[in-house]
Every structure is written in C-alpha cells, then in structure tokens.
Design a protein around this ligand. Structure first.
Ligand code: GRF
Length: 200
C-alpha cells in the first residue's frame, strides 16, 4: 500500500472524506502525515481523532519557502510518502517539493478550471453570474491552479443560488470525487498487463 501525505490549511472536510474512505477500504493507501501551515486549523483536530500524525508549522518561523519545504521533504522521505494530496492547502508548492514529487502532487479546486482559479472560486462564480461551476482535480505545477486536469464534475447555479447552497453542492461533489480519483491514481500503476495472455 502506498503512503500519502495530505496538506491542508483549514477545516479539513476533504481530509475527513479521504480518511474515511481509507478506513472503509475504498482507498488503498495509508495516510502517513497531515501537513498543516495554520496552527489553529480544525483539520489538526480531525487528524488527532483519526490518529494520523501531523506536522504543523508557521511559514513565518522560517526564512523562506525552501527552508520549510526542505523540512517537509525530509519528513515525507522518512515516511516513504509517495504522493502529496493537497486539500485546501493555501500555499503554492515550491521547487523543493515539486522536484521530489514531480507528477505525484494533486490538488482539488472548487471551480471548473481554467475558470475562477485562485482564492474564493465559489464567490467568483457567483459574482460572474456563471450558469455552471464545479470541481476540478488536477496535477500540481508551479502555477496557481494551472496543472494538467485529471477530472472535473459540474453543477448548475440556480437562480436563487446563495454562497451557502453552492458551497454545499460543491463540497458534496468534492467528498465523493476526491476519494474515487485518488483510488484510481494510487492503484493505476499497480495493474500489470501480461502481453502474451492479454490478462490483467
Ligand atoms: C475545498 O473547497 C477545496 O476545493 C479548496 O479548499 C477547500 C477546502 O475545504 N482547495 P476543506 O478544508 O477540505 O473543508
């Protein structure tokens, strides 16, 4: 089973959904570590309850991104972490982690990228009067929500849509889509195809 680390900065409802899917055997992986840059975040409580270790840091205690990412990279290496799963982590990933985990960092974003990247994607969709928005899961590169797209699911904005109602719909999609896509990504490399028998 592969080891994954989840990076989060806030409430951690996606962390929770992933952790429950792991518990239920729907994702064949171990969550080795929560990485959190906000010492007061509720996600830390969720990790404690789930008995998942966490590394909590303050960016301002380090000289720069390279310094804290080096520390994180070492923790991940020591735990044989193979994938980084971003779930509401409000920082750009820098070259230190990008190099070590190239092609093995994924993120979830609450819009149909490339529409509404960056902060408050739900508010952006409402303000733009969009008819549709949704959820995107994508590989992470150096940009802000710019990496190659893996999966998307859409939802319609109703005439009386509020921020709360839209957020609820988006989260319901996220909590199903992220676990199922993670299971696919984590196991896809395990499928062996026998050229002679054409069997898997
Ligand atoms: C989610 O909407 C996710 O798409 C975005 O940040 C939010 C995190 O929510 N990147 P939570 O902390 O998982 O509840």
């Amino acid at each position: 089973m592969k080891n994954i680390a989840i990076f989060a900065s806030g409430s951690g409802s996606n962390f929770q959904a992933i952790s429950e899917a792991v518990q239920a055997g729907h994702i064949e992986a171990n969550i080795s570590l929560l990485v959190c840059d906000q010492p007061g975040a509720y996600v830390i409580e969720r990790a404690r309850t789930a008995k998942i270790p966490s590394f909590v840091f303050r960016a301002k205690d380090y000289q720069n991104k390279e310094d804290y990412e080096k520390e994180i990279a070492l923790l991940l290496r020591n735990r044989n972490v193979e994938w980084i799963v971003l779930a509401g982590y409000m920082r750009l990933i820098g070259p230190t982690l990008l190099k070590q985990y190239e092609g093995r960092i994924v993120n979830i974003h609450p819009s149909l990228l490339p529409n509404f990247p960056g902060k408050d994607a739900i508010g952006q969709a409402l303000a733009a009067g969009a008819q549709w928005t949704g959820v995107t899961i994508h590989y992470v590169d150096a940009g802000m929500d710019t990496g190659p797209i893996i999966a998307q699911e859409r939802t319609r904005l109703e005439a009386n849509e509020t921020r709360e109602s839209l957020q609820q719909k988006i989260q319901a999609i996220e909590h199903k889509l992220y676990p199922s896509i993670l299971q696919m990504l984590l196991t896809i490399g395990d499928v062996k195809h026998d050229e002679k028998t054409r069997a898997y």
